[in-house]
Design a protein around this ligand. Structure first.
Ligand code: BT5
Length: 320
């Protein structure tokens, strides 16, 4: 019933809906309507109530899981979808839920995150208007193969975002998505288990959809963009989500069935710095050279003065 009230409020988001109207449409008492509205507010939905006029929902970017799941029949990724108006981090919330054994492919989405996480303890800005979500997989692959998934999902994301952005997106190794030279999306993989088989993999994806990056701290704002900024108009969050989940599912299946071979070629064709001079920091060393290749294990190959260096982790800085 709570879901139905939410749907009514979203359908009529431009006006107020009175308690009487909701009660009549849904065949419940006004007191029951009031209780459900209070419960929705407690869950974090921004609903205002004005006496004599009724209720109005303030958030335009709400995702209705049932509608998304209807559009994704027989998909592994999106088998179950949960939407929360606000969370600390979808990765953290999904990891907390793992003790209840959610089905593989379960997705957690947040309207905003208070403690969105990047890699290596970095922070991820997650205001309302973006797509912030995580899903759980249990691949029966060794950890080395599982690590390739961050590149696989990056290829999947550029393909999805191309549909919505007016210019082609590119990948900064291993899995940052750039558009017009600025970061628009990032991926965070967290795995647990043994080296030869993992228990679970939580994949977190952040996409700046209807986000104004000027509101980010200056150091981040100068290097980030959003679909809103690239296209100059708002894009329906649920349409982006459906496209992204479909592509993630199909790339995941393709990788499990056919391996990394042709996905690697796609990655290379979309890589922002292949053939360019880059710099990486490894421990105390600075590695500087031409990025000549991405190998079949997903490593970055860098031709330094006299030797070819293989890099498996780190952040790329593009020199020219
Ligand atoms: C990433 O880390 O790019 C992974 C981001 C994953 C975020 C998703 S959202 C859903 C799920 N739940 C989570 O808590 N996280 C995942 P990294 O490569 O370390 O990039 C982090 C850096 O990107 C920061 O240090 C900033 O410089 C920059 N940054 C932060 N927020 C950004 C944003 N919204 N857009 C563009 N750049 C951002």
């Amino acid at each position: 019933m709570r879901q139905k009230i939410l749907e009514e409020l979203i359908k009529n988001r431009d006006s107020f809906v009175s308690g009487n109207q909701l009660a009549e449409r849904l065949g419940i008492s006004r007191v029951a309507v009031w209780k459900h509205i209070e419960a929705l507010k407690e869950e974090g939905y921004d609903i205002i109530g004005v006496s004599g006029r009724g209720y109005q929902i303030q958030d335009s970017g709400i995702i209705i899981p049932a509608k998304i799941m209807d559009r994704l029949p027989q998909q592994l990724i999106g088998t179950q979808i949960y939407y929360y108006p606000g969370l600390d981090s979808t990765n953290e919330a999904l990891k907390r839920s793992l003790k209840d054994h959610p089905p593989e492919g379960t997705v957690y989405i947040a309207g905003k995150q208070e403690e969105g996480k990047g890699r290596r303890g970095r922070k991820w800005e997650s205001p309302p208007g973006g797509l912030w979500f995580s899903f759980v997989l249990r691949p029966t692959l060794p950890l080395t193969q599982t690590a390739l998934l961050s590149l696989v999902f990056a290829v999947s994301l550029v393909k999805s975002l191309d549909i919505f952005s007016d210019s082609l997106c590119q990948i900064k190794w291993p899995n940052d998505i750039y558009c017009q030279g600025k970061k628009i999306s990032g991926i965070l993989l967290e795995a647990s288990g043994e080296i030869d088989s993992i228990d679970y993999l939580v994949v977190g994806i952040g996409i700046n959809v209807n986000v104004r990056t000027n509101d980010f701290p200056t150091a981040i704002a100068t290097n980030s963009t959003s679909l809103l900024e690239v296209c100059g108009r708002e894009i329906a969050l649920d349409e982006v989500l459906i496209t992204v989940l479909k592509d993630l599912d199909s790339y995941y299946r393709d990788f499990i069935e056919n391996g990394f071979y042709h996905i690697r070629l796609e990655f290379k064709s979309r890589c922002l710095h292949l053939g360019k001079e880059i710099e990486m920091i490894r421990g105390q060393d600075i590695i500087r050279g031409i990025n000549t290749d991405i190998d079949e294990m997903g490593n970055l190959m860098v031709q330094c003065q006299d030797n070819l260096v293989r890099i498996s982790t780190g952040d790329v800085k593009i020199l020219n």
